[in-house]
Design a protein around this ligand. Sequence first.
Ligand SMILES: [Fe+2]
Length: 395
Amino acid sequence: MKTDNLQKLRADRIWLTEDSCDIDDFRAQAERTTSLADYPNAASVEKNVLIYDSRKVRASIAEVDGKRTILAEICEAFADGPGVVVFAGAYEDTDVIDRASAIFENIIAEQHRSSTGGGDHFAKAGANDRIWNSLEKHCLADPENFAEYYGNPIIALASQAWLGPSYQMTAQVNRVNPGGAAQSAHRDYHLGFQSSEVIQQFPAHVHKLSPVLTLQGAVAHCDMPLESGPTLFLPHSQAYVPGYLALKRPEFRAYFDENHVQLPLRKGDVVFFNPALFHAAGTNRSADIKRVANLLQVSSAFGRAMETVDRQRMSATLFPALKKLKNKLSPSETVNAIAACAEGYSFPTNLDRDPPVGGMAPKTQAQLMSEALAAGWSHAAFEQALSDLAEKKLS
Ligand SMILES: [Fe+2]
């Protein structure tokens, strides 16, 4: 092979461009059929999307072997399967959801009163209401409800299945009011939030890396019939590697408009999807449904989350609530709540002041919180230890 051919082929492999996106290659991926037989723990396949019965999942993950089996199954559903999974009835007790909804309503009302809350990158002013960083605001407003809400085993299961341990939870509430328009088809963070000009500067392996750095989820806070506009998905579209660039081309957008699917959700259902899946929120054509979802964006321990979260302040607030709920939450629910709140990864840190002890990685906020709970520390002692840990990490 001539050298110039070799170099051209190599450059085409590494530098993906809008022009190199091919709709037939894309269709070969997006037109695959999800087979229920490949996912023995799933209850059904609807419109090419996998549906799990959360009660059955909860029973299976109580066994160690059952948990590893389901983690593997869900991981592949996100990677090579449809890329989107609905966990029906993820919240058995929807009172937990209702109490969270009341907290969110108060926050939205306060944002209106004080004209704060910022904008929305997708919607016109007034068509919807957003609570950015609902994670921290929820925790500070009602740490007991936060503990029950994020103690949920399905949220932890899906996060762990895709990202492994030490993930970083973030969340935003989106309330789409009647008449609120659909979003345009997109992929999510990281590369999904960049222009083609920027995306084209990253080599092909980073296009494959971006989807494994986050997981997208949504907790349904109300029943969402189709007319209320639940999210539009294109199953299997996450598998098309140049998809971040393809979405800028009209034939791909047209394909999404003609072929997307939409599933009604019930209050307490949770949907999780690969951030590279083509998707968009739907139009709310209902007369009176304010469609409320808490959107979870879970980041890998190794990625940079999109939002800043004051996890020290959250941990200090959550600690006494977890002590109070000791007999109400199971040990694994407590672990899940801590994982959604505290920093679960050791780095970055200042290795002069925070050297590795008894291993390669210094202690994390989450480890500190678990130890303090187990040892029955006072709130004041825990706050002091949190502050000492934060101090050690400063350069
Ligand atoms: Fe999105």
